[in-house]
Design a protein around this ligand. Structure first.
Ligand code: FAD
Length: 459
């Protein structure tokens, strides 16, 4: 039957990693989910460098990890940086962290069209009613609750669908997020813009770092250099606000000029040429992408991924925050739909956990940009934030950039909180045998053994 029903338990707006994660995990719990995606996949998206917690934690909970493993993505052991006052590139590997050493100490560099399609197809396989080419144009309310959406289908027909919960996972361009009280607040720290494109034939760093992301600073900003296959490379310039005028007019000339300012990247591209096949044949610009929000849910509606917040590309936190917030939202929705927790209790846990993860990355990235010192300085800053000062300086840094740390560095529970993402990975690998987790906050909730709901601790 091709008709979209008009009543669901949950409607998810947007089929990126955030939306597919919520839809899959809520459908797995037996609820009726409608996912409306305006594009037809595979569609282009930026955000190609992943963190291990996404691959081994959330993707494992979704039952899609093996498929991701088989997809042939470039394996990412860590990151290589030419940053700060140190002229020489330096490298970290996820395996250097005691929490991540072993089978989960890597992530992938992904072509997002392919990666996002795997996740969206998986949500459908798990039971979500996935509709592509369906654009949501607004929410509908019932008294003080969001109670559904208005959408335009793939033939131009206008409809209303209702649900107990609406999830806005429609990314940075979201308009729906305004239906949650509060404001999107743009960061005073990150006012950069990005100009990015693709090359065929770029050189690789020597093994074992050939699959790493390279972040290379130059006077007006920094470049990412992400190997997407043996031959395809994603190359993006993040240009500081004060130099934004360089990205005007002829973008090809601007791009070439920026690359020429960054000798490390220019050398790697010496024998390369710009990609000519869609979607990689064009240059793209993004700006105003660093923001947070004063409220992340309201009765009947929750925001995940870029619809809620995004920091900066430098540590590959975007897809991690999108999938992590998708997981948190799914737990809250599943618990509320099962009648096990009042909505407010369930979503307060969602918001607290989401904010602390965002804050940890945000505050470290501020320090990372502002500290003009060598890598030792960054390691120290990360160790302080992750509550591990005085231990192996590498460990704090690696935990942070691995997406395994949910630390609120100002809280006394940092030692415990630090283990959050690592436990997610362990849960992904071991399933229910991973055992019970402690709460992250006094009086807070804990994940159920299957990882898809919240429980009161000790119950
Ligand atoms: P999206 O991936 O944006 O998905 C949202 C979906 O919603 C889209 O498919 C869209 O078509 C759909 N949609 C929108 N409006 C509607 C509507 N009205 N109705 C129905 N559907 C709708 N992250 C990383 O992890 N690693 C990186 O290396 C990285 N690099 C980045 C570089 C730059 C310059 C920028 C700006 C970001 C980068 N990111 C990176 C961040 C990453 O792009 C995002 O965080 C991530 O894509 C967010 O996922 P999402 O599911 O929230 O949203």
């Amino acid at each position: 039957n091709d008709d979209v029903k008009s009543d669901y338990d949950v409607i998810v707006v947007g089929g990126g990693p955030g939306g597919s994660t919520v839809a899959g995990l809520v459908a797995m719990d037996g609820h009726h989910v409608l996912l409306l995606e305006k594009e037809t996949f595979p569609r282009y998206q930026i955000g190609e460098s992943l963190l291990p917690a996404t691959v081994h934690g959330v993707c494992a909970l979704l039952g899609v990890r093996d498929e991701i493993e088989r997809a042939g993505f470039v394996r990412k052991r860590g990151g290589t940086f030419r940053w700060g006052s140190n002229r020489e590139p330096w490298t970290f590997s996820f395996a250097a962290s005691e929490r991540m050493a072993g089978p989960t100490s890597y992530a992938y560099q992904v072509e997002r069209g392919q990666f996002d399609t795997i996740l969206l197809d998986n949500a459908k396989r798990l039971g979500a009613d996935v509709r592509q080419g369906h654009r949501v144009v607004g929410t509908v309310r019932n008294d003080d609750r969001v109670a559904g959406v208005r959408y335009v289908d793939d033939r131009g027909g206008e409809h209303i669908a209702r649900a107990r919960f609406v999830v806005d996972a429609s990314g940075h361009g979201s308009r729906l997020h305004r239906d949650v009280d509060g404001e999107r607040e743009y960061s005073p720290h990150f006012r950069n813009l990005a100009l990015f494109g693709y090359f065929e034939g770029g050189h690789r760093m020597p093994a074992p770092n050939s699959g790493n992301i390279l972040c290379a600073a130059f006077p007006d900003g920094w470049f990412w250099y992400i190997p997407l296959s043996d031959t395809l490379t994603s190359v993006g310039a993040v240009v500081r606000h004060s130099a934004a005028a360089r990205v005007r007019g002829d973008l090809d000339a601007a791009y070439a000029g920026l690359i020429a300012d960054c000798p490390l990247v220019a050398e790697l591209l010496a024998d390369a040429s710009r990609a000519t096949e869609p979607p990689y044949d064009e240059l793209r610009v993004r700006k105003d992408y660093s923001y947070d929000r004063t409220a992340l849910w309201c009765p009947g509606m929750v925001l995940v991924g870029d619809a809620a917040c995004f920091i900066d590309p430098v540590f590959s936190s975007g897809v991690h925050l999108a999938t992590y917030s998708g997981l948190l939202a799914a737990r809250s929705i599943n618990s509320a739909l099962a009648g096990e927790l009042p909505e407010e209790r369930a979503f307060t846990e969602f918001e607290l956990r989401y904010r602390r993860e965002f804050t940890l990355f945000h505050d470290f990235l501020v320090a990372f940009y502002e500290t003009s010192t060598d890598e030792q300085g960054y390691f120290t800053a990360a160790s302080k934030l992750t509550g591990r000062a005085g231990t192996d300086p590498d460990a704090g840094f690696v935990d942070l950039v691995g997406g395994v740390s949910s630390t609120d560095f100002s809280r006394r529970l940092t030692g415990e909180v630090l283990a959050e993402g690592a436990r997610l990975q362990v849960r992904g690998l071991l399933g229910e045998a991973a055992g019970a987790e402690p709460p992250l906050f006094p009086g807070g909730l804990v994940p159920s053994p299957d990882g898809r709901r919240w429980l009161m601790p000790g119950v």
